[in-house]
Structure formats: structure tokens, C-alpha cells
Design a protein around this ligand. Structure first.
Ligand SMILES: [Zn+2]
Ligand SMILES: [Zn+2]
Length: 246
């Protein structure tokens, strides 16, 4: 299975990173629609797209507005946007308020609850679960018969989600702050480096990719990867347009 990191930053885009978006181009599935979402149209290999939103904070949704033209052009036949009722309502009422965006895109809105399971391509099963964050966020996991992946963003590690990501092959986890800013991580509902490495180790993940980096430090790695690798060696800081196979 191929995955492309379309946006690996949080809060606002930087010269190095767009905001949250991940794409499985061959099965037409995306996680989040931050500013990196404009990159979907040139990379999508299917004529349908399912977008799973973690929550409605702008750095995770604003890219939905970039997908009107591909739909009107007929590049895709259907776009389904999945999220909690609260998230979908916020997106429809605010992001797509007529004053902000005058053309309502013909998206299908699909409500998720923390117990919803969704069948995805190649025999995969997607599950979601609630994460702690101001306003809430959803964590996602997809299990195929021979591989699995989890996406955890906008929450403070460690949380009560460990059971949901147990033994996952690929863990994509936010890491907004270095350890020195642990108090900020807690205050803003985000994660700091050592705690994320410990989550990866404790859940038995095989690989860890860090995303949702702090855009205030675009030229340097926002976290000390060596410190993370002492706890969990198979860790990488994901970069925009990085592609992985798993
Ligand atoms: Zn965010
Ligand atoms: Zn958020």
C-alpha cells in the first residue's frame, strides 16, 4: 500500500510544510484536508475520493475548498467527506458558508461515531476512536489482512488510545512540540517528542512517522530525532511529498 504525505505541518503552512493531509492515491482515501490537500488532484489514481477528517480545526479542513474544480471538471465522480456530526456541521456551516465560499461543492457528508467501522478498498476495515483535544479529535486505524496503519493527530500523548493502535505496522503520530515545551503541549492539546516515542514503543508499532510539526521552526527539525530514536529506533520525521510503502 502506498501513502503520500501531502502536508506534514500544523497550524499554518511554512516554506517546508503544508498543513495536515495524507493520501493513499491508489485506493482514493485521504486523512485530513489541510493546505496540503491541493496536491491530491495531481496524484489521485481513482475516480472517487473518501476524505476522513480528524476534526474541524482550520489546518485540517481548509483544503476541502481546493477540490471544487476537480469535481466540476469531472476528474472524480464522487467525494465523500467523513467525520463526526460536529465536525461535518462546522465544515458545512462555516467553511462553506456562502459568504466565505459561494459554490456549495457536491460532496456527500458521511457521519462517523466512535463505534463506526467502514469497509475500505482491498479488504480493509477502518475504525475510529475519540482523542482528547480542545473540541475533540478522531484517531483512525485501518487494518487490511496483512498490514495496518494508524493516524493520531491533535492530541496529547500518551492518551487513552493505546489499545486502539496496539501492534500497528505504521503509526503516524503528531509531534508538535519538543520536550522543553511539554507544558505548552498539555495546554494546547498537542504532543511532545519523548511521549510520542514512548507511545510507539508501548503500543508495539513497527514504524513511526512524525507529523504536524510546528511551523514556527521551518528550517530546523522541530524535534530532536536522536532523542526519539533512543526510545523508538524506527522513527522518522515525515516530509511533504514523502512516499512510503507498507
Ligand atoms: Zn492541527
Ligand atoms: Zn486541532
Amino acid at each position: 500500500m502506498r501513502l503520500i504525505f501531502l502536508g506534514t505541518g500544523g497550524y499554518h503552512p511554512s516554506e517546508r510544510r503544508h498543513t495536515a493531509s495524507l493520501l493513499f492515491p491508489d485506493i482514493g482515501l485521504a486523512f485530513d484536508a489541510g493546505t496540503g490537500f491541493f496536491r491530491v488532484q495531481d496524484r489521485l489514481k481513482t475516480d472517487t475520493l473518501d476524505v476522513f477528517l480528524t476534526h474541524a480545526h482550520l489546518d485540517h479542513i481548509c483544503g476541502l475548498t481546493f477540490f471544487l474544480v476537480p469535481v466540476l471538471r469531472g476528474d472524480v465522480n464522487s467525494v465523500r467527506v467523513h467525520g463526526t456530526a460536529k465536525t461535518l456541521t462546522a465544515v458545512q456551516q462555516h467553511l462553506f458558508a456562502e459568504e466565505l465560499f459561494p459554490v456549495a461543492p457536491p460532496f456527500e457528508w458521511c457521519e462517523l461515531t466512535a463505534t463506526t467501522q467502514v469497509e475500505v478498498a482491498d479488504g480493509g476495515r477502518l475504525t475510529c476512536f475519540e482523542l482528547e483535544h480542545p473540541g475533540g479529535s478522531l484517531g483512525y486505524r485501518i487494518d487490511w489482512p496483512d498490514r495496518s496503519i494508524a493516524y493520531i493527530t491533535d492530541t496529547t500523548a500518551p492518551g487513552n488510545y493505546l489499545a486502539f493502535i496496539r501492534d500497528v505496522d505504521v503509526l503516524i503520530h503528531e509531534c508538535y512540540f519538543p520536550d522543553e515545551m511539554l507544558d505548552w503541549a498539555r495546554k494546547t492539546g498537542h504532543s511532545s517528542a519523548t511521549a510520542v516515542a514512548e507511545v510507539a514503543r508501548d503500543c508495539g508499532a513497527k514504524r513511526l512517522y512524525l507529523v504536524h510539526a510546528d511551523p514556527q521552526h521551518p528550517e530546523d527539525d522541530p524535534v530532536d530525532l536522536n532523542r526519539i530514536r533512543r526510545i523508538f529506533p524506527a522513527a522518522e520525521l515525515a516530509e511533504d511529498l514523502q512516499e512510503i510503502e507498507f
